[in-house]
Design a protein around this ligand. Structure first.
Ligand SMILES: NC(=O)c1ccc[n+]([C@@H]2O[C@H](COP(=O)([O-])OP(=O)(O)OC[C@H]3O[C@@H](n4cnc5c(N)ncnc54)[C@H](O)[C@@H]3O)[C@@H](O)[C@H]2O)c1
Length: 254
């Protein structure tokens, strides 16, 4: 990709205060896009002159009014958002037996519903353009129904379970397919990237025994994820839609 490969593009990246979101945002800006970061931890939108520069603006992806206000404000200052990367997400652990109902709701609301609401907010502008690129962040655990647990005893299952997180990401994969088929006729592609363990804050206590099971022999990096996202958002990737692209060092394939 040349330095101006994304010149003229207007992008929104949610969850862009986190490791992967930051790296995606940096990449889009380096490639010439006017890319706006948005995160629960961000600057109030009203205080921001040029949201495609600097720190992310404040956004809770669970709030449809906030999403609509942000997308509308970008439309007025720049034009319709043509690229959405849904990175915002939370991880969650706990056995199925003990998982609090509120925790289930929190994880599904942020990871799955939040991504859907962000898509809803950008569809009208993309349809107007007859062009759009949407990439959702899934996960290997949305495919493999949870990592193998070779290190764990029955007594430790409580902290190792992650059914809410896995189901939210399986939902992302499924939603990606539905949206891809619905939006293809408008020139909008919808894909997902499904990372394996990426070395970020989310995985600081990732067990060594599980790391040893990654065939590539290392944890992934945010840049590994960025390369996949960067490929999928290219204008030239027009015939790729509904794909869930594994970035997991060989941990799982289907
Ligand atoms: N790190 C990994 O190993 C890994 C593996 C597979 C998938 N993923 C997915 O990649 C994405 C990014 O992961 P990361 O490692 O950078 O995590 P991270 O915790 O560093 O970043 C997540 C970001 O999302 C933001 N966020 C949380 N709730 C939000 C909300 N309601 N509204 C707006 N923003 C919100 C957080 O503030 C944070 O900045 C997540 O969706 C995660 O599930 C990560």
């Amino acid at each position: 990709m040349t330095a101006s490969a994304l010149s003229g593009r207007i992008a929104l990246v949610t969850g862009s205060s986190g490791a992967i979101g930051q790296a995606v945002l940096r990449h889009l800006r380096e490639q010439g896009a006017r890319a706006v970061g948005a995160d629960l931890h961000g600057r109030p939108l009203l205080d921001v002159d040029r949201p495609w520069e600097g720190e992310p603006v404040a956004l809770d992806v669970r709030s449809k009014p906030q999403l609509l206000a942000l997308v509308d404000s970008l439309r007025q200052s720049l034009g319709p958002v043509d690229t959405l990367v849904n990175v915002a997400g939370v991880v969650s652990f706990g056995s199925a037996q003990d998982l609090a109902e509120a925790e289930w709701d929190r994880v599904i609301d942020i990871n799955l519903k939040g991504s859907f609401l962000a898509v809803q907010a950008v569809i009208p502008g993309m349809r107007e353009l007859g062009f759009g690129r949407i990439v959702n962040l899934g996960s290997v655990v949305g495919k493999n129904s949870g990592n193998a647990r070779p290190w764990i005893s029955p007594d430790e299952q409580h902290r190792a379970g992650n059914v809410a997180y896995g189901v939210s990401k399986a939902g992302i994969h499924s939603m990606t397919g539905f949206l891809a088929r619905e939006l293809a006729c408008h020139g909008i592609t919808v894909n997902a990237v499904a990372p394996g363990p990426i070395a970020t804050e989310m995985t600081t206590d990732f067990p060594a025994a599980l790391r040893a099971l990654i065939p590539r022999g290392r944890m992934g990096t945010a840049e590994d994820v960025v390369r996949a996202v960067g490929f999928l958002i290219q204008r030239e990737s027009d015939f790729i839609t509904g794909e869930v692209l594994d970035v997991n060092g060989g941990m799982w394939s289907d």
